[in-house]
Design a protein around this ligand. Sequence first.
Ligand SMILES: [Zn+2]
Length: 548
Amino acid sequence: MKKFLKTAVFLILAAMIVNISSVFASDDTDNTMVSVGLYYGSSALPTANLENHQNQGYSFGFYDANDYFVTIGSTTHTQISVLKTQNIYLKDRLYYDSDPGNEDAIIGCYHLQLSESYNSFTDAQSVAKQIPDAFPAWIDGDYFVRIGAYEDRTAAENAQSQLDQETAIVGTSSKGLIITKTKTAEILLQFDGNGNKMLAISPGLDKNPKPITWFKGYRYYGTFLYDRGSTGNITVCNYLPIDDYLKGVLPYEMSPSWPLEALKAQAICARTYTVASCTSKHKSEPFDLCNSTCCQVYRGLNLASEQTNRAVDETSGVYAWYHDKLIETYYYSCNGGASESVNNVWSSTANMPYLASVVDPYEATVANKISGYYWTKNFTKSDLTNRLRNRGYDCGTIVDLRVLEYTEAGNVFSIAFEDDKGNTYPFTRERARTVLNLDSMRFHIDNGSDNQYYIDNGNDTISDISETYIIGEDGEVVSITQGDVYTITASETERLTKNAGTKGIFTVTGSGKGHHVGMSQWGAYAMDQQGFTYDEILKFYFTGIDLY
Ligand SMILES: [Zn+2]
């Protein structure tokens, strides 16, 4: 069940309960909802605790096909846990899914069930209150009263024989979940949606103030969804309005202390990315986005600041478009002087004209704030040789490294390694940077040459070829500048080898950090400081886009 729908109900609710800034009419609030996988796959949990500090209680339910929250039941407890319905052991107020020995209680997967079904949670709950260890259960649409949680059938049978009421021994399916009062074996509800419905827990019986819930050390807005995943453990998702989600993303993408217009530009990048990528990743999972760098890092509200929240709220509903299609909002730390066309970085066939190269006059004005903005890296011949061999190239000793081609904006498009056998190894686009593990594609290489050219790898030399010309076979006179040059001696043709790096060191000096495609974050910072607004920042880095 994917969750990515516009929910009018939520909009109305949000307008009622959230203190929306008077600057914005309530109908400007973006009511797009997103579900985010917090624990899933191999990280799915056997048990998951929730803790609510500022609002009392929780509602239990599920989302129907129209994305309405259907309430099953509720509790006034502020600390609850969701457990998979396997044998769970309670020891020293902690839950274990394998026997820790000397447990205080077992919350087992066998139960006794009264024969009757009930119309509501309240009805089932009031019956359950009359019977020790009884609790309400919602099993695929029906309410029941169940008693006890036994480790095995024998234990259930023993308990059954001592009860006056007529009961049946039941288990739950592999999709079952139990909600307990945290740190206890007290069951508040058993839920089994038979794999068709995810358990949804909405924090706060009263939605004012807007509930914030602790989960695994982080604070979150929104509802939590639970599903027994393929491992049998619990997939935990956070389901919430996109702006609440972005408040937990933005501080992980840009420092929460950065200036407002830069943060707003980043917020729009994150918002646009969220919707543009939601449909493509995690198709087989019960959520839209994960919480890691695979999608966007999302850790709830712990790092959110007044400034980051404001950046999200004040751009609510604004996305970046190119010809009515959401754009790919790439960004990076800093470009060192010019961003680069995506075609010169990742793919010659990328049809994204808005990811064009721009010469950046802003960034350098804050270079003194950027650690490592200007950088230098040295390589020895053996460094370079090992680098290529480690990548599977069967090369000789590398004797030269040079830039083959710069882009129009002055970034490096291609470089070449040359070995002592005269073989060259070119690397283009992003690989020209990554093969050397450089911070950016804006650099030049000092190959340490003393301009000695050697014939036949080093016996005879020509000291300087800068003023040397050759006559080609068609009589054309050509200047010798670079590349393969041969001499004809009395007996054979011999290759001129440039004795690059007599110092033995290749020095690469450059500026910037990152891939150069799209927005420079430090450029956004610099533009903010010069009085530009978020839309001017975005339109500078993304050519020809619209914001709405
Ligand atoms: Zn992901």
